[in-house]
Ligand binder design. Structure first.
Ligand SMILES: CC(C)(COP(=O)(O)OP(=O)(O)OC[C@H]1O[C@@H](n2cnc3c(N)ncnc32)[C@H](O)[C@@H]1OP(=O)(O)O)[C@@H](O)C(=O)NCCC(=O)NCCS
Length: 347
């Protein structure tokens, strides 16, 4: 007797996105820190970003994006065997935000939250592909969601203009033809002091610190690491997929800084026809949500089409990184991306 065969591969079927209502431009940023629109755009490429309001919770935004992805795939929660939620701004140790998302969507399979900071979505995508190939799931919901404003130091001029909030989700399903290439991933924990959240929750728990944990970074260290190492990660993912840059239709890197994206594009000698996502101009850096939101940007603008080959690269805190080539999904119906109704008030 033989075990049942497992799928040969998996692919991204459909995509959903949630962008918070409030648009914050650089003029408003300059009411928090001493800076200028010109400086911010020149050093980062960011013109505006979205900040979540109180009703735009982490799980609510994740649910809105997920519902759009599910509608696009013609699936309901019951069809999902595994929910993987990538985030670094979930503050509930248990239940995790993944448990709450699973309950909201009515899925019954596994649900796990994972944190690889800005690389979380591309890590989760690789794990979804592997779960499907191993025969442990047929449909996986992969979500990247962040409320970075919850950990933002509004007076830190080296970080606060870069970041925004939002959520993106994809349905990944078993496929005869692989639509997700091998992952090139890694971690540089030795350089983890370059970006993080302080004080540590363990210090707060032991009474060694009382302040609220906030994001900090050594901008130049992160920048140097990203422009030196991320082009190599991108090139490695291409090589693992057995592809050349000219075979790509789109390049969708983590939306951290336009100068980092430009450096990667140059290193890989991307030909003119390759569409380079620059969603950060209007969305900022949304950490684990940035890659799916940037995929949504290239698809909704019509610059890339479903089925096109795209190279995804996630990188950031940790310092972690993960990259893979995928075939782009379809966009779920935009009307399906709605915040859940507010919970009825307790009587
Ligand atoms: C944050 C970042 C945009 C800063 O740009 P930079 O060119 O490295 O800027 P520096 O820190 O060298 O500062 C240069 C000058 O600008 C000033 N400056 C810093 N922040 C400023 C701001 N918000 N507005 C105006 N001036 C600012 C500094 O005081 C410094 O002035 P000086 O030359 O008179 O001393 C850049 O380092 C960066 O993007 N790093 C990567 C960050 C990132 O992507 N993090 C997330 C990874 S997931």
């Amino acid at each position: 007797m033989k075990l049942a065969p497992t799928p040969r591969g998996s692919r991204l079927v459909s995509l959903g996105a949630y962008r918070p209502r409030r648009v914050v431009d650089n003029t408003e940023i300059c009411t928090f820190i001493e800076s200028s629109d010109e400086w911010i755009q020149q050093r980062s490429g960011i013109a505006e970003r979205r900040w979540a309001a109180d009703d735009e919770t982490l799980v609510g935004m994740a649910e809105a994006a997920s519902r759009q992805a599910l509608a696009g795939a013609g699936l309901t929660g019951e069809d999902i065997d595994l929910v993987l939620l990538a985030t670094m701004t979930s503050f509930s140790t248990t239940p995790t935000a993944a448990n709450l998302l699973q309950a909201a969507l009515g899925t019954r399979g596994g649900a796990v939250e994972l944190n690889s900071a800005c690389a979380g979505f591309t890590y989760a995508l690789a794990l979804a592909d592997q779960a499907i190939r191993a025969g442990n799931a047929r449909n996986v919901l992969v979500v990247g969601a962040e409320r970075i404003t919850d950990i933002m130091n509004f007076s830190d001029r080296t970080t606060m203009f870069l970041f925004g909030d939002g959520a993106g989700a994809v349905v990944v399903s078993a496929a005869d033809e692989p639509g997700i290439g091998p992952v090139a991933w890694g971690s540089w924990g030795e350089q983890s002091e370059a970006l993080g959240v302080l004080p540590l929750l363990s210090d707060v728990a032991r009474g060694l610190a009382t302040e609220r944990p906030l994001l900090f970074q050594k901008g130049q260290s992160v920048f140097r690491w990203a422009v030196t190492e991320m082009p190599k990660t991108a090139a490695k993912a291409l090589e693992l997929a057995g592809l050349k840059a000219e075979q790509l239709a789109a390049f969708v890197p983590h939306q951290a800084n336009i100068r980092i994206i430009d450096a990667m594009t140059k290193y890989m000698k991307l030909p003119e026809h390759v569409v380079v996502a620059d969603d950060l101009r209007h969305t900022g850096n949304t950490s684990a949500a940035s890659v799916p939101l940037a995929m949504e940007q290239v698809l909704s603008s019509g610059r890339a089409t479903p089925g096109d080959l795209a190279l995804l690269v996630g990188f950031g805190g940790g310092l972690s990184h993960a990259a893979q080539v995928v075939t782009l999904p379809t966009l779920g119906p935009a009307g399906a991306s709605r915040l859940p109704d507010p919970a009825p008030l307790a009587s």
